[in-house]
Design a protein around this ligand. Structure first.
Ligand code: MEV
Length: 434
């Protein structure tokens, strides 16, 4: 990638942006033509086969975040999102973090977890023991149900048993929950996991004398974690009347509030998910699965808390860290069908699944940094209103160059609402016709 073509990317006109991505070697000639011809569309025939009762496509803007340096590699990150200012904030945060050495990441095992719950087990302890003794047998039966993933080096690798006690009913031990840890390689692997869990159910019923109730993957992917960290020297944080040290300390305090107060933690984490979801969606992955798992992970201590930590090191630098369960894939589902998802993978240089996790968790950390930094300094509305003004201009009916003209006047108006945008547009059009 040649980033010289990507300088001041946000200032370029739409077609020039696409051309710059081509010149920088981020997209191919064919992808450039698709974007220039505005033909990045899911065709209705394919879509009709993807879901039931299909009636049309629901579009979402696809943009690119700039300035990312992740594990010393420069990357352009595709984001599908309707909310103004997320991509601008992402690129801004990545620029500051990039100038301080970028993001450093790690990923753990990449194991999905299949869960089988058994009810009416006559003796839970005895059943637990029997399952543990039959571990090898259970894993090989699971693997027989999906030989192709085993051939690719994946498959069922480990097993855990949990007795579930009913805390709504005097903590009575009630169900047996069997977890199978399954390597699904490049896939998110829901189908692989579910097939395996269904296949071992009769054997587990026989072993435990219980009845299998649920046989499904859990989205609480605690065996598939990705972590991103960054270190930002305080002097890089200086803004307006705030010194770098003040901004650093305010970010640390704001994160402390999100650690102790669920009301703030939810909003704080929503800011993280602005970035995470946008890349998960662009890459054709199941963002509901990621959302569900991430919020459960935020509650792992028993209270819902901030997912990021911001602290300072001995040198006085701001140190950020984010860990997320990220069971994303690079094959399967809509990834190889949806033209937007295919383009997104190409923009990122066709990462494998662990690398995609590294990218997503870094975007989450950057997004949180941008949001909290703005909140504790100039406030969020300044940045938001600029882009919001453009949305209002479009809603008022402005087209082409008039969108920016209306937005510019609106930004300096006392009342920034739709009616004001309509009046401004009317004035511009009248001027135009004179
Ligand atoms: C808005 O989409 C996200 C923020 O509310 C996140 C935050 O408060 O940290 C700005």
């Amino acid at each position: 990638m040649d980033t010289t073509y990507l300088k001041k990317f946000y200032k370029k006109k739409h077609d020039d942006k696409i051309n710059a991505l081509f010149l920088a070697d981020v997209i191919s000639k064919q992808e450039k033509d698709v974007l220039l011809n505005r033909t990045l569309e899911l065709d209705s025939d394919t879509a009709n086969h993807m879901i039931e009762n299909y009636v049309g496509n629901y579009s979402m803007p696809l943009g690119v975040a700039m300035n990312y340096i992740i594990d010393q590699e420069e990357l352009v990150v595709p984001m599908a999102i309707e909310e103004p200012s997320v991509i601008a904030a992402s690129s801004f945060a990545a620029k500051i973090i990039g100038s301080a050495g970028g993001f450093k990441t790690t990923v753990t095992g990449r194991m999905m977890i299949g869960q089988l719950t058994l009810k009416a087990v006559p003796n839970l302890e005895v059943a637990e023991q029997k399952i543990k003794e039959a571990k090898k047998d259970i894993l090989s039966r699971a693997n027989e149900a999906h030989p192709s993933i085993v051939k690719r080096g994946g498959g069922a690798k480990n097993l855990e048993v949990r007795i579930l006690t009913d805390d709504t009913n005097n903590n009575i031990p009630t169900y047996l929950s069997v977890h199978v840890h399954i390597s699904t390689q490049e896939a998110m692997g829901a189908n692989i996991v579910n097939t395996m869990m269904e296949s071992i159910a009769p054997y587990l019923e026989e072993l435990t004398q219980g009845k299998a109730l649920l046989r499904i993957l859990t989205n609480y992917a605690t065996e598939c974690l990705a972590t991103s960290t960054c270190v930002i020297p305080a002097h890089k944080l200086k803004t307006g009347e705030f010194s770098g040290e003040e901004v650093r300390d305010r970010i640390i305090e704001a994160t402390q509030i999100a650690t102790i107060d669920p009301y703030r933690a939810v909003t704080h984490n929503k800011g993280i998910m602005n970035g995470v979801d946008a890349v998960v969606l662009a890459s054709g992955n199941d963002w509901r699965a990621i959302e569900a798992g991430v919020h459960a992970y935020a509650s792992r201590s028993g209270q819902y808390r901030s997912l990021t930590s911001w602290t300072k090191n001995d040198a006085g630098d701001l140190v950020g860290e984010l860990t997320l369960p990220l069971p994303v894939g690079t094959v399967g589902g809509s990834i190889s069908i949806h033209p937007g998802a295919k383009l997104a993978h190409s923009i990122m240089g066709h990462p494998n699944a662990p690398k995609l996790e590294r990218i997503i968790v870094s975007v989450g950390l950057a997004q949180n940094f941008a949001a909290v930094r703005a909140l504790v300094t100039e406030g969020i509305q300044k940045g938001h209103m600029g882009l919001h003004a453009r949305s209002l201009a479009i809603s008022a009916g402005a087209k082409g160059d008039h969108i920016q003209q209306v937005a510019d006047i609106l930004k300096h108006s006392k009342h920034k609402n739709l009616q004001r945008a309509k009046n401004i547009l009317l004035n511009i059009l009248e001027e135009f016709e004179k």
